[in-house]
Design a binder for this molecule. Structure first.
Ligand code: GLC
Length: 431
């Protein structure tokens, strides 16, 4: 990963700063006045695409806390790349990132490494009960709280209601029904059947995981650390993804798509089905969206006799152990988790909030009525295993799934290797 220069090495005092120190010592009072005017600052790294939505949140904080500044830094959009950035910075004990904007899967690793400040005192149980219980739980490691949730996420199957209705088709419930409907309605390359996240990254694991649940299988049992990737259910789930490609229902490029590539195709009216997260609903219903008023949402399809799975996602904030101002960082964190900030972040983006009261908020519901429906998808939720070496386990699965999808490895061999490597990895894992 190419790191920005200031993340690559631990802090050193640059020559200009050293000179400023000398001037301070010599000139004294004049510089003290200058020092006093330097605002206390905390820094937060967010995906570049989210910056415009964070700006009002930081501005409101600065207005309420005169003399403070929240510095927003932009990072890559993909969760894997941002996790690498944070890991490199924290490993170097870099004190230039105060807040850690964390995916639901990062907490165990960052907390086990001792890189996060416990937040139990900052968010006592009465305050924690204002948030979705599963979202709070995702921030706890061995009973201590390290991450406060800002938004939650769930994997969904979007479909073109207008096209299915015109053809007299009900929304699909099984994988076979989806393939059948896609084949009937598609007209590639103008209109594809089904787009999803097939690139080699975390999003592919999220999609596979819900299809796997739908075929009765599992990846890693978090209680026993048993691995289910070389079982027939795992092969059946991968076979569904392969059929989408083989039968021309998904475009050849699907193996390079992340969330936004697949959303754009669907929102441009170029796919009948889309697997994606909750944010897509709001964007697809904007006034300039070609599919406004034409979209339906159902849980992901499943295998014969199976039950749908919906991967749980979500984002929250923690405080770096190396922050020079953990109190200011905590004040900002609580501000970011307030209802007012949830409005600012969720209204324009379609993100699903983590606060319970946000789901009853007239302003948010008016902007995104779909929020009222999200609860019915929660019962299909599948959590990714909360293990410190999650990133490594995910990397194994990403590589093997990707090799099978691009035809570089036969699917049975890919899954057998993934199972073997995952067992070896988990051999050293302690619960
Ligand atoms: C979404 C989810 C996150 C997941 C990521 C995968 O951002 O909220 O939990 O890891 O997508 O791409």
């Amino acid at each position: 990963v190419a790191l920005p220069l200031d993340l690559r090495r631990p802090r050193r005092v640059p020559v200009a700063w050293a000179a400023a120190w000398i001037v301070t010592l010599v000139v004294g009072p004049a510089c003290e006045r200058h020092e006093a005017s330097v605002p206390a600052a905390v820094t937060l790294l967010v995906p570049a695409s989210e910056r415009p939505f964070w700006a009002p949140v930081t501005a409101a904080f600065e207005a309420a806390h005169p003399g403070t500044r929240v510095v927003l830094r932009e990072g890559p959009n993909s969760t894997d790349l941002r996790e690498n950035l944070y890991t490199a910075a924290l490993l170097a004990e870099d004190d230039s990132l105060d807040l850690v904007y964390m995916d639901v899967t990062w907490t165990a690793k960052l907390a086990a490494a001792g890189w996060l400040v416990p937040l139990d005192e900052r968010l006592p149980p009465e305050a924690a009960s204002a948030f979705l219980p599963a979202a709070v739980e995702a921030g706890r490691v061995h009973g201590r709280l390290y991450r406060i949730p800002l938004r939650t996420d769930i994997g969904l199957l979007y479909y073109r209601r207008d096209l299915l209705e015109a053809a007299g088709l009900a929304p699909p419930r099984t994988a076979a029904e989806l393939l059948e409907a896609a084949r009937r309605l598609q007209a590639p390359p103008q209109l594809w059947g089904f787009v999803w996240q097939g690139s080699q990254y975390e999003g592919l694991v999220c999609f596979y995981l819900e299809v796997l649940r739908g075929h009765g299988g599992f990846w890693i049992d978090p209680r026993t650390l048993e691995v289910g990737l070389d079982r027939p259910e795992a092969a059946a789930a991968l076979e569904f993804l392969l059929r989408c490609r083989r039968e021309g229902v998904s475009p050849p490029g699907v193996t390079t798509y992340k969330e936004e590539e697949s959303r754009r195709l669907f929102q441009d009216g170029r796919s009948v089905f889309l697997r994606n997260w909750a944010y897509v609903w709001g964007l697809s219903q904007r006034e300039d969206s070609p599919v406004r008023g034409k979209v339906g949402v159902v849980p992901m399809v499943h295998g014969p006799g199976g039950e749908s799975g919906a991967t749980l996602g979500g984002w929250g904030l923690g405080i770096s152990r190396f922050s020079r101002d953990p109190d200011l960082a905590a004040a900002f964190l609580l501000h970011a988790a307030s209802l007012e900030s949830q409005r600012a972040l969720c209204r324009p983006t379609g993100f699903a909030p983590a606060r319970l009261d946000a789901y009853r908020d007239p302003e948010l519901l008016a902007a995104n009525p779909f929020l009222a429906e999200l609860a019915r998808f929660q019962r299909h939720a599948v959590a990714r295993p909360a293990i410190p070496r999650y990133a490594l386990a995910s990397d194994i699965l990403q590589r093997r799934l990707s090799a099978a999808l691009s035809g570089l490895e036969p699917p049975e061999r890919a899954l057998a290797s993934a199972a073997r490597e995952t067992r070896r990895l988990l051999g050293g894992e302690t619960r």
